[in-house]
Write a protein that binds this ligand. Sequence first.
Ligand SMILES: [Zn+2]
Length: 90
Amino acid sequence: MSLPDMSSHGHDSMDECVQALSQVHAFLHHELLEADATVIRHHLHACERCMENFEIESTISEMIQRCQPTSSAPSTLAARIHTLRISRRG
Ligand SMILES: [Zn+2]
């Protein structure tokens, strides 16, 4: 009398999810090889749960990028403020 064979059911797809999610950050930052990125993309389209996680991760990383401007941002921002002041005068 052993337990019903439930442990093997869906194990492979679960493993795929773990793999996909572990590479989501690299995927978002375009650090993956084209072949790996394609695998992730395919999995996200096939797996609703991973797609949800991917969308959350992508939103978070977008927010982080906005909070941490790159070194070129300050001068761009200053130029924009300068332009705004000029246009407001007129
Ligand atoms: Zn998945």
